[in-house]
Design a protein around this ligand. Structure first.
Ligand SMILES: Cc1cc2nc3c(=O)[nH]c(=O)nc-3n(C[C@H](O)[C@H](O)[C@H](O)COP(=O)(O)OP(=O)(O)OC[C@H]3O[C@@H](n4cnc5c(N)ncnc54)[C@H](O)[C@@H]3O)c2cc1C
Length: 394
């Protein structure tokens, strides 16, 4: 089979928010190649519902920091958390320049919502499809950049390494065309590991491919056992991806009920604690699910803030404005990953990792809701700036 040799300046594996935002922050006169294992819009970034955190008022810093640390069981890297929080406002303003629309009130001011583990409202959202709103704008911007080439249905299967340095990757297309892609810097942005699980909210194509390669090449990894289970996905017996019922539904007032219709936990505790409470309740009730009751939320809020959750549940036979829905915990997020420094550099020269694939320690043992889109983009930009700084020195 004929192999094609490609020589971009930089190769970015993955077209979710982390890969896209990294590409958009690299120089416009550099030659960038981006790969996506599946269709461009089949990334978890498109699935994010609840929103994205921001430090909008400086006086929220201490509380936001504490909430992130507490959710992470204080195992978080404090330096990474500070960087993320302090970079958040600039990132949001930048997203707005890309055309991203966050929900505003009648005076044109941002409206903030809350999710589990947050002591205050500090999450921006676009209906219940915040990820799609952000990622589709970044994707469009990347497609319009003449210096960015994007290949769909193209899978990285190996790294190219010479004298201990990463000099690119090997990939194959769906038609089994082979590519050796030689680049000055390689950025891994391949997302999470949900595809390895039977019940997950992730796209099944996300199988931790970069982690696998990191293990093969002795690249440092961290906390590979730190996997977040989301407490509330719509219960289904069908195979495939589980549909998430965003935590902001509970942030807006929805309650969890056992088989007798009684509340059994504080719905706004961090995800790992709510998940534990649900699993114990399922065991006590001898049930495969518990119920989530959205009726405390005004109907208008349900229809305006959560229209896609409303529609999806309706299609599956539940009118959430009238009846509780069965929910069950499922694999959702990977806190561990390829160990990186605060500039997203791995232990292998020439190789960066960003987004869910990387572990810079922001999330500690358990991610605080709506911190991952933010973390993915903040540290993807830092990778780009680090590359620019290194190139300047050469
Ligand atoms: C249902 C759901 C709801 C969520 N809600 C929120 C939320 O409200 N707020 C929040 O902050 N976070 C949320 N998250 C988490 C957040 O969406 C993800 O952590 C984040 O989008 C990850 O971005 P990423 O760029 O790292 O990876 P992804 O967006 O998953 O992109 C991974 C990319 O890598 C590509 N890829 C993978 N392997 C290969 C390979 N071998 N070769 C080539 N390409 C490859 C894929 O094709 C894809 O393009 C949610 C996640 C899910 C699943």
């Amino acid at each position: 089979m004929k192999k094609q040799l490609l020589h971009p300046d930089y190769v970015i594996v993955g077209c979710g928010v982390s890969g896209l935002y990294c590409a958009l922050n690299l120089p416009k006169d550099s030659d960038i190649l981006m790969l996506s294992k599946d269709a461009f819009d089949h990334s978890d970034s498109f699935l994010a519902q609840g929103g994205i955190c921001v430090l909008w008022n400086e006086d929220d810093f201490d509380d936001y920091f504490e909430d992130t640390m507490k959710a992470g069981h204080y195992e978080n890297n404090r330096e990474s958390v500070k960087i993320m929080i302090n970079s958040s406002k600039e990132l949001i303003n930048d997203l707005v320049t890309y055309g991203v629309d966050f929900h505003k009130d009648e005076n044109g001011e941002f409206v903030f919502t809350k999710e589990g583990g947050h002591s205050k409202k500090r999450i921006l959202f676009h209906e219940d499809i915040t990820g799609e709103e952000i990622t589709s704008h970044l994707l469009e911007a990347a497609k319009q950049r003449e210096n960015i080439t994007m290949m769909e249905y193209t899978t990285m299967y190996d790294l190219m390494v010479a004298n201990g340095r990463c000099i690119g990757i090997k990939a194959h297309s769906k038609k089994d065309e082979l590519y050796d892609i030689n680049a000055k810097y390689t950025i891994l942005a391949t997302g999470g590991i949900g595809g390895l699980y039977r019940h997950s909210t992730n796209f099944p194509i996300l199988t931790g491919d970069s982690i696998n390669l990191a293990k093969r090449y002795g690249i440092e990894t961290e906390h590979l056992d730190y996997v977040q289970i989301h407490p509330t996905t719509l219960f289904s017996t069908k195979p495939g991806r589980r549909f998430l019922i965003s935590e902001s539904v509970r942030g807006e007032g929805a309650i969890l009920l056992n088989k007798d219709g009684e509340r059994f936990c504080n719905e706004l505790l961090p995800r790992d604690i709510v998940t534990k409470a649900i699993k114990e309740q399922m065991k006590d009730d001898h049930m495969e699910y518990v119920m989530l009751d959205m009726s405390p939320i005004p109907k208008e809020t349900i229809l305006n803030h959560f229209p896609h959750i409303y529609e999806y549940c309706l299609e599956n036979g539940y009118d959430v404005t009238k009846q509780p829905i069965p929910v069950v915990p499922a694999q959702h997020y990977f806190m561990g990953g390829i160990k990186v420094n605060t500039n997203s550099h791995t232990s292998m020269p020439g190789l960066y990792a960003v987004g869910e694939t990387a572990c810079n320690g922001v999330h500690g043992k358990n991610r605080l809701a709506s911190n991952s889109l933010l973390e993915s983009m903040v540290f993807a930009k830092r990778a780009a700036l680090d590359i620019i700084a290194k190139e300047g020195k050469q």
